[in-house]
Design a protein around this ligand. Sequence first.
Ligand SMILES: Nc1ncnc2c1ncn2[C@@H]1O[C@H](COP(=O)(O)OP(=O)(O)O)[C@@H](O)[C@H]1O
Ligand SMILES: NC(=O)OP(=O)(O)O
Length: 312
Amino acid sequence: MKKIVVALGGNAILSKDASASSQQAAIFKTAKVLVEFIKRGYKLVITHGNGPQVGNLLLQQVAGSTVKNPAMPLDTIGAMTEGSIGYWMQQALGEILQSEGIRKTVATIITQTKVAADDPAFKNPTKPIGPFYSQEEAKKEKTENPNYIFTEDAGRGYRRVVPSPIPQEVIEYPLVAMMLKNDMIPIAAGGGGIPVSQNKDNQIVGQEAVIDKDYGAAKLAESINADELIILTAVDHVFVNFNQPNQKKLTNTTVAELKQYIAEKQFAVGSMLPKINAAIEFVEATHGKAIITSLSRVTDLLEKGVGTIVTA
Ligand SMILES: Nc1ncnc2c1ncn2[C@@H]1O[C@H](COP(=O)(O)OP(=O)(O)O)[C@@H](O)[C@H]1O
Ligand SMILES: NC(=O)OP(=O)(O)O
C-alpha cells in the first residue's frame, strides 16, 4: 500500500475569512477531498501550512499583551496553530470517515523540527506570515513596529516576514511511522513543525521562526520513506513563463529539468520555488515521486494523473 505525505496549502484552510467557523468550513471541504486517498487505500500523512494563522495569532497576542500576561513567542504560537488546525482537521475527517463507514483514528502530533541555531535565515527573514497589507498599510505597521520587516509577497501585497530556517530533522517522525503502521491517520509537521534546536547543554529549545511547510513535508516524507510527496496548492500544474502569454504547464518533469528552470528564475521565490525545492529534495533523497497539483483536481490526479509529476 502506497505511503503518501500530502502537504496542504493556504487555500485548504483559509478561503474566506480568518474566523474559526470559516476555517473549519474550508477544512471540512478539504477533508472530503483527502478521504479520496483513504478510500483508495493509501496510507496518508497530512501536513499543512500555518503562515496566515501564525501571523494572525501573533497580532492578537501582541494586541492583548500585558506585563503579567505577555504575548507568547513565535515557536509557542506555531505549536498553538498545529493544535488548532489539527483539531479542526481531526474533527472534519472523523465526521466524514464515520459517514463513509470507515473506522480509522485520526490524530495530530505536535511536531518539533530541528533547525540549526546558526542558520543564516535567522539574520535574513523571508517567510511571509499573517495578513496582506497595501504598501501604505505596510509602511504604517512598520512605523508602529520598527523591528518588523515587510516584503512584497509574489505580487499579492505586502506581508510581515520572519526567519525560516531549513529543517534538519522532524523529531517525532517515528510516531508518524508507528501510526501509519497501525492504520491510523497522522496530522504532523503542521507549519513545517515547531522550529527547535539543541543548545550546548543538549536541551531542545524553541526558535522564533516559521519553517516552510513544503520543506517540512519533504523532510518528514523522506524520514518515513514515503512513496510520494503530494503538494496541493491553488494551481493544477507548475508552469514555466507563468502568467505570460507563452506559459507552458509542466506535466511529467525531472529533477534536472527543474534545476534548469530554477536557474532561469521561472519560479516565484515566495510561492512556487519552495515547492519545487521540496519536490527536488524528496525525489533526490528517496527516488520517490513528488506531485504538485491543486486541491480541486485530486480526483483527476488519482484517475488521470493530472498535475506536475516530478521523478528522478
Ligand atoms: N511558475 C509557477 N507555476 C505555477 N504557479 C506559480 C508559479 N510561480 C508562482 N506561482 C504561484 O504560486 C502559488 C502557490 O504558492 P502559495 O500560494 O504560496 O502556496 P500554498 O498553496 O502553499 O499557500 C500558485 O497559486 C501561483 O499563483
Ligand atoms: N509554514 C508555512 O509554510 O505556512 P504557509 O504554507 O501557510 O505559508
